[in-house]
Write a protein that binds this ligand. Structure first.
Ligand code: GLY
Length: 641
Protein backbone atom coordinates (compact mmCIF):
# COMPACT_ATOMS: atom_id res chain seq x y z
CA UNK A 1 0.00 0.00 0.00
CA UNK A 2 1.36 3.43 -0.86
CA UNK A 3 1.38 6.29 1.64
CA UNK A 4 -1.27 8.05 -0.45
CA UNK A 5 -3.56 5.02 -0.25
CA UNK A 6 -3.10 4.74 3.51
CA UNK A 7 -4.04 8.40 4.00
CA UNK A 8 -7.12 7.92 1.85
CA UNK A 9 -8.18 4.76 3.72
CA UNK A 10 -8.10 6.63 7.02
CA UNK A 11 -10.23 9.42 5.57
CA UNK A 12 -12.69 7.01 3.94
CA UNK A 13 -13.04 4.93 7.11
CA UNK A 14 -14.31 7.96 9.02
CA UNK A 15 -16.30 9.35 6.09
CA UNK A 16 -18.23 6.07 6.21
CA UNK A 17 -18.99 6.88 9.83
CA UNK A 18 -20.54 10.22 8.89
CA UNK A 19 -17.45 12.38 9.37
CA UNK A 20 -16.97 15.38 7.12
CA UNK A 21 -13.61 15.65 5.40
CA UNK A 22 -12.09 19.04 6.30
CA UNK A 23 -8.92 20.04 4.45
CA UNK A 24 -5.76 20.71 6.45
CA UNK A 25 -5.48 24.25 7.74
CA UNK A 26 -2.38 26.34 7.03
CA UNK A 27 0.71 25.15 8.88
CA UNK A 28 1.51 28.81 9.54
CA UNK A 29 -1.37 29.95 11.80
CA UNK A 30 -1.38 33.65 11.01
CA UNK A 31 -4.55 34.20 13.05
CA UNK A 32 -3.46 32.47 16.31
CA UNK A 33 -0.87 34.51 18.25
CA UNK A 34 -0.39 31.70 20.80
CA UNK A 35 1.20 29.44 18.18
CA UNK A 36 4.24 29.75 15.90
CA UNK A 37 3.22 26.77 13.80
CA UNK A 38 0.20 24.50 13.64
CA UNK A 39 1.16 21.70 16.01
CA UNK A 40 -1.94 19.49 15.96
CA UNK A 41 -4.99 18.69 13.90
CA UNK A 42 -7.24 20.23 16.51
CA UNK A 43 -5.78 23.75 16.16
CA UNK A 44 -8.27 24.74 13.47
CA UNK A 45 -11.14 23.55 15.68
CA UNK A 46 -10.02 25.33 18.86
CA UNK A 47 -12.80 27.90 18.52
CA UNK A 48 -15.45 25.15 18.57
CA UNK A 49 -14.09 23.65 21.80
CA UNK A 50 -14.04 27.12 23.38
CA UNK A 51 -17.62 27.81 22.18
CA UNK A 52 -16.41 30.76 20.12
CA UNK A 53 -17.28 29.26 16.78
CA UNK A 54 -19.57 26.69 15.20
CA UNK A 55 -19.54 24.45 12.13
CA UNK A 56 -22.31 22.86 10.13
CA UNK A 57 -20.99 19.37 11.08
CA UNK A 58 -20.42 17.54 14.37
CA UNK A 59 -17.87 15.02 13.15
CA UNK A 60 -14.75 15.72 11.13
CA UNK A 61 -11.82 13.81 9.65
CA UNK A 62 -8.63 15.11 8.09
CA UNK A 63 -4.91 14.94 7.57
CA UNK A 64 -3.30 18.03 9.06
CA UNK A 65 0.10 19.50 8.20
CA UNK A 66 1.93 19.94 11.51
CA UNK A 67 5.26 21.42 12.57
CA UNK A 68 6.69 20.75 16.03
CA UNK A 69 9.82 22.83 16.46
CA UNK A 70 8.96 25.24 19.24
CA UNK A 71 6.87 25.76 22.34
CA UNK A 72 5.21 22.89 24.18
CA UNK A 73 5.67 20.33 21.42
CA UNK A 74 9.22 20.51 20.14
CA UNK A 75 10.86 17.51 18.49
CA UNK A 76 13.70 19.18 16.59
CA UNK A 77 16.54 17.67 18.65
CA UNK A 78 15.28 14.14 17.97
CA UNK A 79 15.14 14.61 14.21
CA UNK A 80 17.90 12.72 12.44
CA UNK A 81 18.88 10.89 15.63
CA UNK A 82 15.90 8.58 15.66
CA UNK A 83 13.72 7.22 12.91
CA UNK A 84 10.28 8.47 13.94
CA UNK A 85 10.36 12.16 15.02
CA UNK A 86 9.98 14.91 12.44
CA UNK A 87 9.90 18.69 12.30
CA UNK A 88 7.08 18.44 9.77
CA UNK A 89 4.60 15.57 9.76
CA UNK A 90 1.02 14.78 8.88
CA UNK A 91 -1.47 14.08 11.61
CA UNK A 92 -4.45 11.95 10.73
CA UNK A 93 -7.39 12.80 12.95
CA UNK A 94 -11.08 12.32 13.64
CA UNK A 95 -13.19 14.68 15.73
CA UNK A 96 -16.42 14.77 17.60
CA UNK A 97 -17.72 18.19 18.56
CA UNK A 98 -20.02 17.48 21.47
CA UNK A 99 -21.21 14.36 19.66
CA UNK A 100 -19.76 10.86 20.32
CA UNK A 101 -17.24 10.37 23.09
CA UNK A 102 -14.84 7.82 24.54
CA UNK A 103 -16.70 4.64 23.58
CA UNK A 104 -16.85 5.26 19.83
CA UNK A 105 -13.40 6.85 19.70
CA UNK A 106 -11.86 3.73 21.23
CA UNK A 107 -13.98 1.24 19.30
CA UNK A 108 -13.29 2.84 15.92
CA UNK A 109 -9.57 3.28 16.46
CA UNK A 110 -9.35 -0.41 17.33
CA UNK A 111 -11.50 -1.40 14.35
CA UNK A 112 -9.36 0.53 11.89
CA UNK A 113 -6.09 -0.76 13.31
CA UNK A 114 -7.00 -4.40 13.77
CA UNK A 115 -9.79 -5.12 11.26
CA UNK A 116 -8.99 -2.82 8.34
CA UNK A 117 -5.23 -2.55 8.64
CA UNK A 118 -4.84 -5.88 10.44
CA UNK A 119 -2.12 -4.74 12.84
CA UNK A 120 -1.13 -7.61 15.16
CA UNK A 121 -3.28 -7.24 18.30
CA UNK A 122 -0.71 -8.87 20.54
CA UNK A 123 1.72 -6.07 19.77
CA UNK A 124 -0.66 -3.22 20.57
CA UNK A 125 -0.92 -1.43 23.94
CA UNK A 126 -3.46 1.13 25.16
CA UNK A 127 -2.61 3.75 27.75
CA UNK A 128 -5.14 5.77 29.74
CA UNK A 129 -4.93 8.66 32.17
CA UNK A 130 -4.23 7.46 35.68
CA UNK A 131 -7.73 8.19 37.00
CA UNK A 132 -9.65 7.46 33.81
CA UNK A 133 -11.46 4.25 34.82
CA UNK A 134 -14.06 4.86 32.13
CA UNK A 135 -11.50 4.68 29.30
CA UNK A 136 -9.77 1.66 30.89
CA UNK A 137 -13.13 -0.16 31.19
CA UNK A 138 -14.03 0.69 27.61
CA UNK A 139 -10.77 -0.78 26.30
CA UNK A 140 -11.55 -3.95 28.25
CA UNK A 141 -15.24 -4.20 27.28
CA UNK A 142 -15.36 -2.82 23.73
CA UNK A 143 -12.18 -4.31 22.24
CA UNK A 144 -10.35 -7.60 22.38
CA UNK A 145 -7.05 -6.07 23.47
CA UNK A 146 -4.98 -8.15 25.89
CA UNK A 147 -6.09 -6.79 29.30
CA UNK A 148 -2.46 -6.70 30.50
CA UNK A 149 -1.81 -4.25 27.71
CA UNK A 150 -4.07 -1.55 29.21
CA UNK A 151 -1.71 0.72 31.15
CA UNK A 152 -2.15 3.89 33.19
CA UNK A 153 0.10 6.95 33.07
CA UNK A 154 0.03 10.43 34.59
CA UNK A 155 -0.01 14.03 33.35
CA UNK A 156 3.19 13.85 31.32
CA UNK A 157 2.01 11.04 29.03
CA UNK A 158 -1.76 10.96 29.23
CA UNK A 159 -3.00 14.50 29.63
CA UNK A 160 -2.84 16.35 26.32
CA UNK A 161 -2.58 20.11 25.88
CA UNK A 162 -1.92 22.05 22.69
CA UNK A 163 0.06 24.74 24.51
CA UNK A 164 0.33 26.46 27.87
CA UNK A 165 -3.27 27.59 27.54
CA UNK A 166 -6.28 26.33 25.62
CA UNK A 167 -8.46 23.23 25.24
CA UNK A 168 -7.11 20.05 26.83
CA UNK A 169 -8.03 16.80 28.53
CA UNK A 170 -7.05 13.26 29.46
CA UNK A 171 -6.01 11.05 26.59
CA UNK A 172 -5.67 7.43 25.64
CA UNK A 173 -2.86 6.37 23.34
CA UNK A 174 -2.23 3.29 21.22
CA UNK A 175 1.39 2.14 21.13
CA UNK A 176 2.99 -0.68 19.20
CA UNK A 177 5.81 -2.99 20.22
CA UNK A 178 8.00 -3.23 17.12
CA UNK A 179 10.33 -5.79 18.64
CA UNK A 180 13.57 -5.83 20.58
CA UNK A 181 15.74 -5.05 17.56
CA UNK A 182 14.14 -1.59 17.34
CA UNK A 183 15.53 -0.45 20.69
CA UNK A 184 17.98 2.39 20.03
CA UNK A 185 19.10 3.03 23.63
CA UNK A 186 22.60 1.80 24.22
CA UNK A 187 22.43 2.56 27.94
CA UNK A 188 22.58 -0.72 29.88
CA UNK A 189 20.17 0.54 32.54
CA UNK A 190 17.49 1.15 29.91
CA UNK A 191 14.36 -1.03 30.04
CA UNK A 192 12.20 -1.23 26.92
CA UNK A 193 8.61 -0.35 27.80
CA UNK A 194 5.66 1.79 26.73
CA UNK A 195 6.64 5.47 27.16
CA UNK A 196 10.16 4.19 27.78
CA UNK A 197 11.75 6.57 25.24
CA UNK A 198 13.24 4.04 22.85
CA UNK A 199 12.41 3.04 19.29
CA UNK A 200 10.88 -0.30 20.25
CA UNK A 201 7.57 0.92 21.69
CA UNK A 202 6.20 3.83 19.71
CA UNK A 203 3.00 5.80 19.96
CA UNK A 204 0.80 5.55 16.89
CA UNK A 205 -2.45 7.24 17.81
CA UNK A 206 -3.58 9.61 20.51
CA UNK A 207 -7.27 9.85 21.42
CA UNK A 208 -7.83 13.04 23.40
CA UNK A 209 -10.99 13.58 25.39
CA UNK A 210 -11.20 17.36 25.40
CA UNK A 211 -13.10 18.57 28.42
CA UNK A 212 -11.16 21.52 29.90
CA UNK A 213 -9.77 24.91 28.97
CA UNK A 214 -6.57 26.00 30.71
CA UNK A 215 -6.43 29.76 31.34
CA UNK A 216 -3.43 32.12 31.55
CA UNK A 217 -3.02 31.46 35.26
CA UNK A 218 -2.86 27.69 34.68
CA UNK A 219 -6.34 26.96 36.04
CA UNK A 220 -8.52 24.31 34.38
CA UNK A 221 -12.13 25.21 33.56
CA UNK A 222 -14.56 22.46 32.51
CA UNK A 223 -15.95 23.07 29.01
CA UNK A 224 -19.72 23.06 28.53
CA UNK A 225 -19.46 20.09 26.14
CA UNK A 226 -17.14 17.12 25.80
CA UNK A 227 -15.28 16.50 22.57
CA UNK A 228 -13.03 13.95 20.89
CA UNK A 229 -9.78 15.04 19.25
CA UNK A 230 -7.54 12.33 17.86
CA UNK A 231 -4.11 12.47 16.27
CA UNK A 232 -2.35 9.61 14.53
CA UNK A 233 1.21 9.89 13.24
CA UNK A 234 0.84 9.32 9.51
CA UNK A 235 4.51 8.61 8.73
CA UNK A 236 4.75 6.10 11.60
CA UNK A 237 1.63 4.27 10.48
CA UNK A 238 2.96 4.15 6.91
CA UNK A 239 6.22 2.64 8.20
CA UNK A 240 4.37 -0.04 10.18
CA UNK A 241 1.99 -0.89 7.32
CA UNK A 242 4.79 -0.96 4.75
CA UNK A 243 6.79 -3.15 7.10
CA UNK A 244 9.75 -0.78 7.16
CA UNK A 245 12.23 -0.39 10.00
CA UNK A 246 12.15 3.40 9.82
CA UNK A 247 9.88 6.22 8.64
CA UNK A 248 12.71 7.23 6.31
CA UNK A 249 12.52 3.86 4.53
CA UNK A 250 8.93 4.50 3.38
CA UNK A 251 7.76 6.03 0.10
CA UNK A 252 7.17 9.28 2.03
CA UNK A 253 10.90 9.89 2.37
CA UNK A 254 12.80 7.59 0.01
CA UNK A 255 12.28 9.69 -3.16
CA UNK A 256 13.73 12.68 -1.27
CA UNK A 257 16.66 10.65 0.00
CA UNK A 258 17.38 9.29 -3.49
CA UNK A 259 17.42 12.84 -4.81
CA UNK A 260 19.83 13.97 -2.06
CA UNK A 261 22.14 11.08 -2.92
CA UNK A 262 21.95 12.00 -6.60
CA UNK A 263 22.73 15.68 -6.00
CA UNK A 264 25.58 14.97 -3.59
CA UNK A 265 26.88 12.04 -5.65
CA UNK A 266 26.95 9.84 -2.57
CA UNK A 267 25.67 6.35 -1.78
CA UNK A 268 22.91 6.33 0.82
CA UNK A 269 22.83 2.55 1.20
CA UNK A 270 26.55 2.35 1.91
CA UNK A 271 26.63 5.41 4.21
CA UNK A 272 27.55 4.47 7.77
CA UNK A 273 26.00 7.68 9.13
CA UNK A 274 22.63 8.17 7.48
CA UNK A 275 21.59 11.11 9.61
CA UNK A 276 22.55 13.84 7.07
CA UNK A 277 20.12 12.35 4.52
CA UNK A 278 17.39 12.04 7.14
CA UNK A 279 17.81 15.56 8.50
CA UNK A 280 17.84 17.12 5.04
CA UNK A 281 14.82 15.09 3.84
CA UNK A 282 12.92 16.04 6.97
CA UNK A 283 13.86 19.72 6.87
CA UNK A 284 13.05 20.24 3.20
CA UNK A 285 9.48 19.19 3.98
CA UNK A 286 9.22 21.65 6.85
CA UNK A 287 10.59 24.46 4.71
CA UNK A 288 8.48 23.69 1.63
CA UNK A 289 5.19 23.52 3.50
CA UNK A 290 5.82 26.53 5.71
CA UNK A 291 6.87 28.70 2.77
CA UNK A 292 3.87 27.50 0.74
CA UNK A 293 1.64 28.69 3.57
CA UNK A 294 3.14 32.17 3.75
CA UNK A 295 6.09 31.72 6.13
CA UNK A 296 9.43 33.37 5.29
CA UNK A 297 12.88 32.90 6.84
CA UNK A 298 13.76 35.97 8.89
CA UNK A 299 15.38 37.08 12.11
CA UNK A 300 12.47 36.69 14.46
CA UNK A 301 9.57 34.51 15.48
CA UNK A 302 8.58 31.74 13.11
CA UNK A 303 10.82 33.16 10.41
CA UNK A 304 13.80 32.64 12.68
CA UNK A 305 12.80 29.03 13.33
CA UNK A 306 12.64 28.50 9.56
CA UNK A 307 16.04 30.11 9.11
CA UNK A 308 17.55 27.81 11.73
CA UNK A 309 15.99 24.73 10.14
CA UNK A 310 17.37 25.72 6.74
CA UNK A 311 20.82 26.31 8.21
CA UNK A 312 20.72 22.97 9.98
CA UNK A 313 19.93 21.26 6.66
CA UNK A 314 22.68 23.23 4.90
CA UNK A 315 25.20 22.21 7.57
CA UNK A 316 24.24 18.56 7.23
CA UNK A 317 24.73 19.04 3.48
CA UNK A 318 28.34 19.90 4.24
CA UNK A 319 28.68 16.49 5.86
CA UNK A 320 27.84 15.11 2.40
CA UNK A 321 30.45 17.44 0.89
CA UNK A 322 28.07 19.87 -0.67
CA UNK A 323 28.39 23.53 0.17
CA UNK A 324 26.73 25.24 -2.77
CA UNK A 325 22.94 25.74 -2.61
CA UNK A 326 21.21 22.40 -3.16
CA UNK A 327 18.17 22.14 -0.87
CA UNK A 328 15.97 23.98 -3.34
CA UNK A 329 16.67 21.27 -5.93
CA UNK A 330 14.90 18.65 -3.79
CA UNK A 331 11.61 20.57 -3.78
CA UNK A 332 10.32 19.28 -7.19
CA UNK A 333 10.56 15.69 -5.94
CA UNK A 334 8.51 16.54 -2.87
CA UNK A 335 5.97 18.35 -5.05
CA UNK A 336 5.70 15.28 -7.27
CA UNK A 337 5.16 13.09 -4.22
CA UNK A 338 2.69 15.21 -2.26
CA UNK A 339 1.43 17.95 -4.58
CA UNK A 340 -1.74 16.04 -5.47
CA UNK A 341 -3.03 15.98 -1.91
CA UNK A 342 -1.56 19.37 -0.97
CA UNK A 343 -1.85 21.42 -4.20
CA UNK A 344 -0.51 24.55 -2.49
CA UNK A 345 3.05 23.24 -2.78
CA UNK A 346 2.58 22.60 -6.51
CA UNK A 347 0.97 26.00 -7.05
CA UNK A 348 3.82 27.81 -5.29
CA UNK A 349 6.75 25.64 -6.31
CA UNK A 350 8.68 28.40 -8.09
CA UNK A 351 8.27 30.74 -5.15
CA UNK A 352 9.31 28.05 -2.64
CA UNK A 353 12.42 27.21 -4.63
CA UNK A 354 13.40 30.89 -5.02
CA UNK A 355 13.04 31.52 -1.29
CA UNK A 356 15.07 28.46 -0.30
CA UNK A 357 17.80 29.19 -2.84
CA UNK A 358 18.10 32.85 -1.77
CA UNK A 359 18.29 31.77 1.88
CA UNK A 360 20.95 29.15 1.14
CA UNK A 361 23.02 31.82 -0.64
CA UNK A 362 22.52 34.16 2.30
CA UNK A 363 23.72 31.47 4.71
CA UNK A 364 26.82 30.84 2.61
CA UNK A 365 27.68 34.54 2.75
CA UNK A 366 27.17 34.51 6.54
CA UNK A 367 29.42 31.50 6.84
CA UNK A 368 32.16 33.01 4.68
CA UNK A 369 32.14 36.23 6.69
CA UNK A 370 32.03 34.32 10.00
CA UNK A 371 34.93 32.13 8.95
CA UNK A 372 37.02 35.20 8.15
CA UNK A 373 36.35 36.64 11.59
CA UNK A 374 36.97 33.29 13.22
CA UNK A 375 40.39 33.14 11.55
CA UNK A 376 41.25 36.58 12.94
CA UNK A 377 40.22 35.51 16.44
CA UNK A 378 42.33 32.36 16.05
CA UNK A 379 45.41 34.39 15.03
CA UNK A 380 44.98 36.76 17.96
CA UNK A 381 44.74 33.86 20.40
CA UNK A 382 47.79 32.21 18.90
CA UNK A 383 49.78 35.46 19.26
CA UNK A 384 48.73 35.65 22.92
CA UNK A 385 49.35 31.92 23.38
CA UNK A 386 45.80 31.38 24.58
CA UNK A 387 43.42 28.53 23.83
CA UNK A 388 40.01 29.74 24.99
CA UNK A 389 37.85 31.95 22.79
CA UNK A 390 36.45 34.68 25.09
CA UNK A 391 32.67 34.75 25.60
CA UNK A 392 32.42 38.27 24.10
CA UNK A 393 33.98 37.07 20.84
CA UNK A 394 31.63 34.07 20.59
CA UNK A 395 28.73 36.41 21.31
CA UNK A 396 29.87 38.94 18.72
CA UNK A 397 30.13 36.23 16.06
CA UNK A 398 26.64 35.06 16.94
CA UNK A 399 24.91 38.38 17.52
CA UNK A 400 26.55 40.66 14.97
CA UNK A 401 27.44 38.18 12.24
CA UNK A 402 24.69 35.58 12.71
CA UNK A 403 27.27 32.81 13.06
CA UNK A 404 25.72 29.81 14.89
CA UNK A 405 27.35 29.06 18.25
CA UNK A 406 27.47 25.32 17.66
CA UNK A 407 29.47 25.99 14.51
CA UNK A 408 31.91 28.17 16.43
CA UNK A 409 32.22 25.21 18.82
CA UNK A 410 32.95 22.76 16.00
CA UNK A 411 35.56 25.09 14.44
CA UNK A 412 37.15 25.68 17.83
CA UNK A 413 37.46 21.95 18.38
CA UNK A 414 38.98 21.42 14.95
CA UNK A 415 41.58 24.06 15.80
CA UNK A 416 42.41 22.73 19.25
CA UNK A 417 40.57 25.61 20.96
CA UNK A 418 37.60 25.78 23.31
CA UNK A 419 34.82 28.28 24.03
CA UNK A 420 34.26 30.31 27.17
CA UNK A 421 30.66 29.05 27.45
CA UNK A 422 30.00 30.79 30.78
CA UNK A 423 31.21 34.11 29.34
CA UNK A 424 28.95 33.64 26.33
CA UNK A 425 25.92 32.94 28.56
CA UNK A 426 26.74 36.09 30.55
CA UNK A 427 26.70 38.15 27.37
CA UNK A 428 23.40 36.58 26.31
CA UNK A 429 21.87 37.36 29.70
CA UNK A 430 23.16 40.95 29.53
CA UNK A 431 21.56 41.34 26.12
CA UNK A 432 18.24 40.02 27.42
CA UNK A 433 18.38 42.53 30.29
CA UNK A 434 19.11 45.35 27.87
CA UNK A 435 16.10 44.32 25.80
CA UNK A 436 13.93 44.10 28.92
CA UNK A 437 14.84 47.54 30.22
CA UNK A 438 14.47 49.03 26.76
CA UNK A 439 10.89 47.83 26.54
CA UNK A 440 8.48 50.49 27.68
CA UNK A 441 5.71 50.21 30.22
CA UNK A 442 3.67 47.10 29.66
CA UNK A 443 0.07 47.50 30.72
CA UNK A 444 -0.23 43.74 31.15
CA UNK A 445 1.97 43.93 34.20
CA UNK A 446 -0.85 45.30 36.32
CA UNK A 447 -2.33 42.68 38.60
CA UNK A 448 -6.10 42.27 38.62
CA UNK A 449 -6.18 42.93 42.36
CA UNK A 450 -4.28 46.23 42.08
CA UNK A 451 -7.07 48.06 40.26
CA UNK A 452 -9.56 50.31 42.05
CA UNK A 453 -12.80 49.23 40.40
CA UNK A 454 -15.94 51.38 40.12
CA UNK A 455 -17.73 49.21 37.62
CA UNK A 456 -16.47 45.81 36.54
CA UNK A 457 -17.25 46.02 32.81
CA UNK A 458 -15.70 43.49 30.49
CA UNK A 459 -14.70 45.84 27.67
CA UNK A 460 -14.09 49.48 26.93
CA UNK A 461 -16.02 50.53 23.88
CA UNK A 462 -13.92 52.35 21.29
CA UNK A 463 -15.83 55.18 19.59
CA UNK A 464 -12.85 57.09 18.25
CA UNK A 465 -13.53 56.56 14.56
CA UNK A 466 -16.67 58.66 14.89
CA UNK A 467 -15.80 61.10 17.71
CA UNK A 468 -12.68 62.60 19.22
CA UNK A 469 -14.35 64.02 22.32
CA UNK A 470 -17.00 62.43 24.54
CA UNK A 471 -18.44 62.49 28.03
CA UNK A 472 -18.05 59.13 29.68
CA UNK A 473 -17.24 57.41 32.99
CA UNK A 474 -14.20 55.94 34.67
CA UNK A 475 -14.71 52.21 35.32
CA UNK A 476 -11.36 51.48 37.01
CA UNK A 477 -7.96 53.00 37.74
CA UNK A 478 -4.58 52.07 39.08
CA UNK A 479 -1.85 54.31 40.49
CA UNK A 480 1.80 53.35 40.42
CA UNK A 481 4.19 56.00 41.79
CA UNK A 482 3.27 59.00 39.66
CA UNK A 483 1.72 57.08 36.75
CA UNK A 484 -2.02 56.70 36.61
CA UNK A 485 -3.78 54.09 34.44
CA UNK A 486 -7.41 54.74 33.70
CA UNK A 487 -10.06 52.65 31.96
CA UNK A 488 -13.23 54.32 30.64
CA UNK A 489 -16.61 52.92 29.75
CA UNK A 490 -16.37 54.38 26.25
CA UNK A 491 -13.35 56.08 24.78
CA UNK A 492 -12.35 58.02 21.69
CA UNK A 493 -8.65 57.22 22.41
CA UNK A 494 -7.03 54.82 19.95
CA UNK A 495 -4.89 52.28 21.80
CA UNK A 496 -1.52 51.33 20.36
CA UNK A 497 -2.08 48.47 17.96
CA UNK A 498 -1.05 47.29 14.54
CA UNK A 499 2.03 49.49 14.94
CA UNK A 500 0.01 52.70 15.28
CA UNK A 501 0.97 54.69 18.36
CA UNK A 502 -1.64 55.32 21.06
CA UNK A 503 -3.52 58.64 21.18
CA UNK A 504 -2.59 61.55 23.41
CA UNK A 505 -5.07 64.05 24.90
CA UNK A 506 -6.82 65.02 28.12
CA UNK A 507 -9.27 63.60 30.64
CA UNK A 508 -11.07 66.22 32.72
CA UNK A 509 -13.50 65.75 35.55
CA UNK A 510 -14.56 67.36 38.79
CA UNK A 511 -11.39 68.53 40.49
CA UNK A 512 -8.91 67.04 38.04
CA UNK A 513 -7.42 67.51 34.57
CA UNK A 514 -5.13 64.76 33.38
CA UNK A 515 -2.75 64.64 30.43
CA UNK A 516 -3.00 61.31 28.60
CA UNK A 517 0.52 60.54 27.38
CA UNK A 518 -0.22 57.19 25.76
CA UNK A 519 -3.05 54.69 25.27
CA UNK A 520 -2.56 50.91 25.40
CA UNK A 521 -4.72 47.85 25.20
CA UNK A 522 -4.89 44.94 27.64
CA UNK A 523 -7.30 42.26 26.47
CA UNK A 524 -10.43 44.32 25.81
CA UNK A 525 -9.55 47.15 28.20
CA UNK A 526 -8.25 50.37 26.71
CA UNK A 527 -5.86 51.89 29.22
CA UNK A 528 -5.14 55.63 29.28
CA UNK A 529 -1.72 56.32 30.72
CA UNK A 530 -1.51 59.65 32.55
CA UNK A 531 0.93 61.52 34.66
CA UNK A 532 -0.94 62.00 37.92
CA UNK A 533 -0.97 65.37 39.61
CA UNK A 534 -0.39 64.20 43.17
CA UNK A 535 -3.06 62.09 44.81
CA UNK A 536 -5.88 61.04 42.45
CA UNK A 537 -9.13 60.52 44.29
CA UNK A 538 -12.07 61.43 42.03
CA UNK A 539 -15.36 62.43 43.66
CA UNK A 540 -17.44 61.37 40.69
CA UNK A 541 -16.60 58.96 37.87
CA UNK A 542 -17.80 61.39 35.17
CA UNK A 543 -15.10 62.53 32.77
CA UNK A 544 -14.67 64.44 29.50
CA UNK A 545 -12.28 62.51 27.27
CA UNK A 546 -10.64 64.55 24.48
CA UNK A 547 -8.13 63.29 21.96
CA UNK A 548 -5.43 65.64 20.69
CA UNK A 549 -6.76 66.11 17.17
CA UNK A 550 -3.73 67.08 15.14
CA UNK A 551 -1.69 64.08 16.24
CA UNK A 552 -4.50 61.65 15.52
CA UNK A 553 -5.17 62.91 11.98
CA UNK A 554 -1.51 62.75 10.96
CA UNK A 555 -1.12 59.31 12.48
CA UNK A 556 -4.27 58.08 10.75
CA UNK A 557 -2.90 59.27 7.40
CA UNK A 558 0.32 57.42 7.95
CA UNK A 559 -1.60 54.33 8.99
CA UNK A 560 -3.58 54.41 5.75
CA UNK A 561 -0.30 54.81 3.89
CA UNK A 562 0.97 51.50 5.33
CA UNK A 563 -1.99 49.73 3.72
CA UNK A 564 -1.27 51.40 0.38
CA UNK A 565 2.38 50.46 0.68
CA UNK A 566 1.54 46.88 1.57
CA UNK A 567 -0.74 46.51 -1.45
CA UNK A 568 1.88 48.06 -3.75
CA UNK A 569 4.59 45.76 -2.40
CA UNK A 570 2.44 42.71 -3.06
CA UNK A 571 1.71 43.91 -6.57
CA UNK A 572 5.34 44.58 -7.49
CA UNK A 573 7.25 41.96 -5.48
CA UNK A 574 4.66 39.20 -5.20
CA UNK A 575 1.87 37.82 -3.08
CA UNK A 576 4.31 36.33 -0.58
CA UNK A 577 4.98 39.77 0.92
CA UNK A 578 3.70 39.75 4.49
CA UNK A 579 3.71 42.52 7.02
CA UNK A 580 6.29 41.69 9.67
CA UNK A 581 5.77 44.79 11.81
CA UNK A 582 5.24 48.50 11.51
CA UNK A 583 5.53 51.74 13.37
CA UNK A 584 3.02 54.46 12.68
CA UNK A 585 3.45 57.88 14.25
CA UNK A 586 2.25 61.37 13.43
CA UNK A 587 5.52 62.31 11.73
CA UNK A 588 6.61 59.09 10.04
CA UNK A 589 5.92 55.48 9.34
CA UNK A 590 8.07 52.40 9.10
CA UNK A 591 6.87 49.21 7.43
CA UNK A 592 8.65 45.87 7.89
CA UNK A 593 7.90 43.08 5.49
CA UNK A 594 9.16 39.73 4.32
CA UNK A 595 10.86 39.32 0.96
CA UNK A 596 13.69 37.03 -0.01
CA UNK A 597 15.75 39.32 -2.22
CA UNK A 598 17.01 42.85 -2.58
CA UNK A 599 14.53 45.30 -4.07
CA UNK A 600 15.81 46.62 -7.38
CA UNK A 601 15.79 50.41 -8.06
CA UNK A 602 13.16 50.07 -10.80
CA UNK A 603 10.91 48.06 -8.45
CA UNK A 604 11.30 50.73 -5.79
CA UNK A 605 10.32 53.36 -8.32
CA UNK A 606 7.24 51.39 -9.30
CA UNK A 607 6.17 50.93 -5.65
CA UNK A 608 6.55 54.66 -5.00
CA UNK A 609 4.57 55.54 -8.10
CA UNK A 610 1.69 53.23 -7.18
CA UNK A 611 1.44 54.64 -3.65
CA UNK A 612 1.65 58.25 -4.83
CA UNK A 613 -0.98 57.71 -7.50
CA UNK A 614 -3.36 56.26 -4.93
CA UNK A 615 -2.79 59.19 -2.58
CA UNK A 616 -3.45 61.67 -5.39
CA UNK A 617 -6.81 60.04 -6.13
CA UNK A 618 -7.92 61.37 -2.73
CA UNK A 619 -10.37 58.50 -2.36
CA UNK A 620 -12.84 58.61 0.52
CA UNK A 621 -11.91 56.21 3.30
CA UNK A 622 -14.61 53.82 4.39
CA UNK A 623 -14.54 52.35 7.86
CA UNK A 624 -16.04 48.91 8.39
CA UNK A 625 -15.69 46.34 11.13
CA UNK A 626 -15.48 42.74 10.11
CA UNK A 627 -14.30 39.43 11.44
CA UNK A 628 -10.59 38.79 10.92
CA UNK A 629 -11.33 35.63 8.93
CA UNK A 630 -13.68 37.50 6.56
CA UNK A 631 -11.23 40.36 6.18
CA UNK A 632 -8.46 37.90 5.33
CA UNK A 633 -10.60 36.27 2.67
CA UNK A 634 -11.10 39.66 1.06
CA UNK A 635 -7.36 40.35 1.17
CA UNK A 636 -7.47 43.35 3.51
CA UNK A 637 -3.76 43.90 3.70
CA UNK A 638 -2.12 44.76 6.94
CA UNK A 639 -4.76 43.27 9.20
CA UNK A 640 -3.03 39.99 9.45
CA UNK A 641 0.01 40.12 11.67
N1 GLY B 1 -4.37 16.44 19.57
C1 GLY B 1 -3.84 15.16 19.64
C2 GLY B 1 -2.37 15.08 19.49
O1 GLY B 1 -1.78 16.00 19.03
O2 GLY B 1 -1.78 14.11 19.84
Amino acid sequence: MTAGEIRQQFIDFFKDKNHKFVPSSSVVPLEDPTLLFTNAGMNQFKDIFLEKGTRSYKRAVNSQKCIRVSGKHNDVEEVGHDTYHHTFFEMLGNWSFGDYYKKEAIEWAWELFTKVWKLPKEKLYATVYTTDDEAADLWASQTDINSDHILRFGDKDNFWEMGNTGPCGPCSEIHIDLGEEYCDKKDTKHICQVNGECGRFIELWNLVFIQYNRDDSGKLHPLPKKHVDTGAGFERIVAVLQNKHSNYATDVFMPLIDKIAEITKTDYKKAVDKSPYHVIADHVRMLTFSIADGGMPSNEGRGYVMRRILRRAARYGRKLNISKPFIYKIVPVLVKNMGDFYPEIADRQTHIQSVIKAEEEHFNRTLDRGLEIFDKIKEELRAKKKKIIPGEEVFKLYDTYGFPVDLTGILAEENGLSLDAAGFEKEMEAQKNRARSASKFDARQINQTDWIIFEDTADSEFVGYEKLSIETEITRYHMDNDTLHIVLKQTPFYAESGGQVGDKGTLSGEGFELQVLDTRKENEHIIHICKSPGQFNPETTKVLAEVLQSGRMDTAKNHTATHLLHAALRKVLGEHVQQAGSLVEAERLRFDFTHFNKIMPDQLQEIETIVNQKIQLNTTIQIAREKLTDAKKKGRYGLIR
